[in-house]
Structure formats: structure tokens, C-alpha cells
Ligand binder design. Structure first.
Ligand code: COA
Length: 332
């Protein structure tokens, strides 16, 4: 191996964008659809409302988020080298949504593909993007987390329909021009638990048939308690691992940027690494769980707070199971 050829460029987030649709689905709206109530949903999840995209696909959300990033930061779309869309709700099962998004935003010199890791999709995508930049091969990687969860939710199932919403967020990764950027990551998965959070049919295991449709195997199913238990322990453990091996004290962490699945899961993670409430970013009350979009939407909603050098710890848990945590210093 020619060590001189290895480029240890640090990757930095240099721009952020986001988009949520206008239509609001509130807890009160859900009370009219299933046997639930605002008090239960608020106390068990922290969610008050979510956004729903009507009549359009996930690419619409992703394009809007990317265009927000491009226009606010004067990015030349043709200078983008690659586009990754983290999603579990692609426009179609075959034909990467990312390719359509890249063409639609004018990123004509980019190659593009989708990344599927459910609620950890954006976290895994940040690792992928940072590694491409660190390799020295590419200079501008556009990472988008986008999900139209309303397209796979069964609105007669109160266990799941109260949780999810639609949205998209985007970040640009570039080589850092200062000492700040992607610092560390701890990523894991466990496929033995894949049936606990899944869409059973429509893939090669159970191709679409009359039976799969009649059995409602095309919408999201989760064993809420199992997922909750794993999410609480693994998100917290991963965040703790990142904190320890980077010698970070609780008070040194500027913000925890956690996947937004359930306020109780976020609180447990924050407790484990010794953070106060003002160090924890949260918007779950307004958007619910937007799957791959939660983390970039949090960054977009809070970007005015961040200062150069701020220490951000990310943590996520999702179907697969997939999970992990990461540490990034804010570069601009
Ligand atoms: N409204 C009112 N009551 C409901 C309800 C709803 N929407 N959903 C369930 N309940 C009832 C249950 O039937 C149960 O009643 P019982 O005690 O009479 O049997 C009771 O509330 C408690 O249900 P339980 O499933 O134990 O609730 P919970 O505290 O585990 O919360 C979730 C349910 C789904 C909110 C929680 O398990 C969770 O957040 N899981 C992880 C979800 C997640 O993160 N998924 C995305 C992947 S990251």
C-alpha cells in the first residue's frame, strides 16, 4: 500500500437545508381516526403533530430540501460530485430516487444512489459521505434524508400511525478548511431482530400477491415494546461510547442531535451521557418521526444556534436493527 496516496482529509458539513409539507396531522385529527387521545400520545411519545405530503412522492421532499440548501448557500449544482438519498420510502423499488433528485436539481456531474438503513439512514449516510470526502476522491457530497412515511403507514393501526410524519433535510459535506468536521463514529446492526420493525411484503421474501395485500403486509409493523427497549439501551450505549473514547465531558458537548422517535428514548440517551435539557435538540412535537429526515431537520431548524467548533453528538436507532452514534465539530 502506498501510504503517501492516502489522504486523511477531514470532512465538514458546510451547508444545511430542509423541507416539511404544509399539511398538519394533529393528535386531535388522529383521535377521529383511531382509538387514541392527545394526552396518551403526548405523554408516551412527546408528539403533538406531524406533517403529511399529499399526492406527491419522496423525491418531491428531497428536491425541496436540496433546493433550500442550494439557494441559501449559493451552491452551483453542477459542482456536486455525488448525491445520496437516505430513505426507506423511495419513489419506486427499482430506479434510485437519488438519481431522479440529482437530475431534478441540476447536479448533472454527480452520480447518485439510495441508502437504506431506516431511522439510522442519515447517520450511516453521514459516515459514508465523510468517508468519500476523506478518501480525497470527491469534494462535494450532497446527503439528503427524506421519507414519506405516510405512504407506508396503516392509518387504522394506532400503534404506528401516531408516530410517523413526512419530511426531508439535506447537508453538504466538503473537505474541511479548518480543524473542524467529522471526528468519530460508532455504528452497529443486528439483523436477527429484523421482524420487530418491518414491511413484510413487496420484496423478494414475500413478493406482492393477493394474499400479501389482503393481509396488510405492505404497511409498517412494529413490536413497539421490543423496539423501545433496544432503542433506549443501544442509543444510550453508543452515545456513551463516543463520549468516552473522545474524552468528552458532559458539559463540553454543545448539543446532542438525536433521532426523533420518542421523547422518552431521547431523554434516556441524554441522561446516560449526563446532559442538561438545553443541550438536547428536539422537534419531535412538531414533526413526529420522519425516519431518515429527523437528524437533518434538527440541524436545519437549529443551525442559527451553532458556532464554529461546537461539539455535536449524534445518535440514532432504527429498523434492521441499525444504530449508532457519531461526533462532529461544527465547521462554520
Ligand atoms: N393510544 C392510546 N392507547 C394506546 C395507543 C394509542 N395510540 N397505543 C397503544 N395504546 C395502549 C396499549 O393498548 C396498552 O394498553 P393496555 O395496557 O390496556 O394493554 C397501553 O397503551 C400501553 O401500550 P404499550 O405498547 O405498552 O405503550 P408504550 O409505552 O410501549 O408506547 C410506543 C408505545 C409505540 C409509543 C413505544 O413502544 C415506542 O415508542 N416504541 C418505539 C417506537 C420507535 O421508536 N419506532 C421507530 C423506530 S426508531
Amino acid at each position: 500500500m502506498n501510504l503517501e496516496k492516502i489522504n486523511h482529509t477531514k470532512a465538514a458539513i458546510t451547508a444545511v437545508g430542509g423541507y416539511v409539507p404544509d399539511t398538519i396531522l394533529s393528535n386531535q385529527d388522529l383521535e377521529k381516526m383511531v382509538d387514541t387521545n392527545d394526552a396518551w400520545i403526548t405523554s408516551r411519545t412527546g408528539i403533538k403533530e406531524r406533517r403529511i405530503l399529499k399526492d406527491k412522492a419522496t423525491s418531491f421532499l428531497a428536491i425541496k430540501a436540496a433546493q433550500d440548501l442550494i439557494s441559501k448557500n449559493n451552491i452551483e449544482p453542477e459542482s456536486i460530485d455525488m448525491v445520496i438519498v437516505a430513505t426507506i420510502t423511495p419513489d419506486m423499488n427499482v430506479a434510485a430516487t437519488a438519481a431522479y433528485v440529482a437530475s431534478s436539481i441540476g447536479a448533472f456531474n454527480a452520480f447518485a444512489y439510495d441508502l437504506s438503513a431506516a431511522c439510522s439512514g442519515f447517520l450511516y449516510g453521514m459516515s459514508t459521505s465523510a468517508a468519500y470526502i476523506a478518501s480525497g476522491k470527491y469534494k462535494k457530497v450532497l446527503l439528503i434524508g427524506a421519507d414519506k412515511m405516510s405512504s407506508i403507514v396503516d392509518y387504522t393501526d394506532r400503534d404506528t400511525c401516531i408516530i410517523f410524519g413526512d419530511g426531508a433535510g439535506a447537508v453538504l459535506f466538503e473537505p474541511s478548511i479548518n480543524e473542524f468536521g467529522w471526528e468519530d463514529e460508532y455504528l452497529r446492526s443486528n439483523g436477527e431482530e429484523r421482524m420487530a420493525l418491518r414491511i413484510k411484503a413487496g420484496g423478494s421474501l414475500y413478493p406482492t400477491s393477493k394474499e400479501t395485500v389482503e393481509n396488510k403486509w405492505h404497511t409498517l409493523f412494529q413490536e413497539g415494546k421490543t423496539v423501545f427497549k433496544y432503542a433506549v439501551s443501544e442509543m444510550a450505549n453508543a452515545a456513551e461510547k463516543i463520549k468516552e473514547r473522545n474524552n468528552l465531558k458532559g458539559e463540553e458537548i454543545s448539543y446532542l442531535v438525536p433521532h426523533q422517535a420518542n421523547k422518552r428514548i431521547i431523554d434516556a440517551t441524554a441522561d446516560k451521557i449526563g446532559l442538561k435539557e438545553n443541550q438536547v435538540l428536539m422537534n419531535i412535537a412538531f414533526y413526529g418521526n420522519t425516519t431518515a429526515a429527523t437528524i437533518p431537520l434538527l440541524l436545519n431548524d437549529n443551525k442559527s444556534k451553532f458556532k464554529k467548533g461546537d461539539k455535536l453528538v449524534f445518535a440514532a436507532f432504527g429498523g434492521g436493527f441499525t444504530w449508532g452514534a457519531a461526533y462532529l465539530t461544527w465547521a462554520f
